[in-house]
Design a protein around this ligand. Structure first.
Ligand code: GLU
Length: 327
């Protein structure tokens, strides 16, 4: 593994977290990421994001691969196939995260922070919109990286020194976005001493080293994007394009969650639902067809159109794709 940004070929990625079964909202995001990557002609990389030790389960990683294959998605590199950019499981990539952290320390972009245990515990997971905490008040920001040596046995985390100013990007789906990271949480965690990197650092290191130039994911991660852009700048890497898919609401009008068993892909599979019906519904939700037609993901590569995708949430109605003809 070399610690350099991979610029060989723009790759797309599917990056499931193995913390529970994938549901229809994940299927929608992964379908879009896959079709966009196939359209761009680059390889699709599957990466398992299992750094959140309190929630990641090995059997869920295997189940996510089964769910994705059931949908008709495939990949060119991943934990099951291997490939030149591996390993493809984050818990096996700790050395590259450590190297990135060392660079950030050497450049005084991070400082050791002894505050807020709860923040530190949460840092390995990708934060969803409701997980965003209050702005960090900067209590430890007077420390330099070398002050870590004086902390002895005290547990601490590494916090990124967020510069003042707005971060802007042209989102593939949401258009121009401008966020002031200093107001959005302020200095953020990049690593927990002895426990490994935060989601923010790991995802940037992985996407850069794996040559991912197109990051398509759910819009609950929009608040993470300015932080990740700051890390790209600090590590002197070229930014990928970001696209955030508007969220999916369940029949009750609430955001889909893993607790909703009815829309879990494993449940649909066990019920004998035809994945082609679901793909047809999802393609319809993207505005690529006037009416849903049972289809395979590859049927949409030529009809991929980002501009057609509604910016508003999509209301999922499981009865539509679950319907089976009377036997
Ligand atoms: N693994 C993260 C999740 O499932 C996605 C991270 C990303 O796409 O940046 O929430």
């Amino acid at each position: 593994m070399t610690f350099r940004q991979d610029r060989r070929a723009g790759a797309g990625r599917l990056a499931p977290s193995p913390t529970g079964g994938l549901h229809v909202g994940h299927a929608r995001t992964f379908l879009l990421a896959w079709v966009a990557a196939r359209r761009a002609g680059g390889p699709v990389v599957l990466r398992v994001e299992d750094l959140d030790a309190s929630r990641a389960r090995p059997e869920a990683a295997a189940a996510a691969l089964v769910d994705l294959r059931w949908l008709g998605l495939d990949w060119d590199e991943g934990p099951d196939l291997g490939g030149p950019r591996g390993p493809y499981v984050q818990s096996q990539r700790r050395a590259v995260y450590e190297e990135a952290l060392e660079r950030l320390k050497a450049a005084e972009r991070v400082y050791p922070c002894t505050c807020t245990r709860a923040d530190v515990e949460r840092a390995a997971a990708a934060p969803h919109a409701e997980d965003e905490g209050p702005t960090y008040p900067g209590l430890c920001s007077g420390r330099g990286a070398a002050d870590a040596a004086e902390l002895g046995d005290r547990p601490f985390a590494w916090r990124f020194r967020t510069p003042a100013g707005t971060i802007a990007w042209d989102d593939l789906l949401l258009g121009r976005r401008e966020v002031d990271p200093a107001r959005l949480g302020g200095d953020f965690l990049v690593g927990r001493n002895g426990l490994g990197p935060s989601y923010q650092l790991a995802v940037v290191v992985d996407d850069a080293l794996m040559g991912v130039d197109q990051v398509i994911r759910g819009d609950d991660l929009v608040p993470s994007t300015p932080r990740q852009i700051l890390l790209y700048h600090a590590l002197d890497w070229t930014l990928p394009q970001f696209g955030h898919v508007p969220l999916v609401l369940g029949p009750d009008g609430r955001r889909l969650a893993k607790r909703d068993g009815s829309i879990k892909l494993a449940t649909l599979r066990e019920q004998g639902v035809d994945p082609r019906r679901l793909i047809g519904e999802l393609a319809h939700s993207f505005g690529w067809t006037d009416s849903p037609v049972p289809s395979h993901p590859r049927d949409w590569v030529d009809r991929f159109d980002l501009a057609a995708i509604p910016r508003s949430p999509w209301l999922a109605s499981p009865d539509v794709w679950s319907h089976r003809p009377e036997s």
